[in-house]
Ligand binder design. Structure first.
Ligand code: 5GP
Length: 185
């Protein structure tokens, strides 16, 4: 385990099993169709890569980059930094996100992508942290529900570090600068 972690929350093995299950569900639900996965950079990268390999139907990939977090604190304001390359009108779209916390990022994504008139629009999140939800968002596909702890690994970072860890772990409080004021940020 990385020295900056308090504990491993989800092991590599459990991640593999959970992601496989999500891929199988998506393949069954969209059988005979072509699905467009929209990854939310950068946190989605490891998850999206493994998820796509577990989807057996035709799949397109596209990406968006948004910003709302700085360090371990959400700024609450979501901005588009990088937009889609493809036109998604009439397509079956699934947003692929690493973690849904307040729900503000996914709320913004849904509002934004709906205006481009996809045939269908769903969310697939690896992690769901429901305890501090501010915006209600429908999560059709969700891998793991986790407690209100700041996690890193498998794509998730703290100040751009730890994304490469093959598991999800809880960062030690001592590593997080300014931690402990408002648990719901
Ligand atoms: P939301 O808008 O739902 O509050 O947050 C979504 C984004 O915040 C995620 O894509 C992720 O980048 C970041 N985030 C939320 N909780 C965590 C966490 O526990 N660890 C990390 N590394 N990022 C988080």
């Amino acid at each position: 385990m990385h020295k900056d972690l308090e504990e491993i929350l989800i092991t590599k093995r459990d991640l593999e099993a959970g992601v496989k299950k999500l891929g199988e569900q998506i393949s069954a639900d969209y059988a005979g169709r072509c699905v467009t996965l929209i990854g939310v950079l950068k946190g989605c990268v490891l998850f999206l890569s493994d998820l796509a390999k577990n989807i057996s139907i035709d799949t397109r990939l596209d990406f968006m980059m948004l910003s709302s977090y700085s360090g371990a604190q959400s700024t609450g304001v979501v901005r588009t930094i990088l937009d889609l390359k493809e036109n998604i009108e009439g397509r079956d779209v699934i947003i692929v996100e690493d973690i849904v916390d307040s729900g503000l990022t996914m709320h913004y994504m849904l509002q934004n992508l709906k205006t481009r008139r996809p045939r269908s629009l769903e969310i697939c999140t690896l992690l769901d942290k429901p305890s501090c939800r501010k915006a209600k968002v429908p999560l059709k596909y969700s891998g793991f529900t986790i407690p209100d702890k700041f996690v890193v690994g498998y794509g998730l970072d703290y100040n751009e570090i730890y994304r490469n860890l093959p598991y999800i772990g809880v960062l030690k409080a001592s590593v997080i600068v300014g931690q402990g004021k408002d648990p719901c940020r």
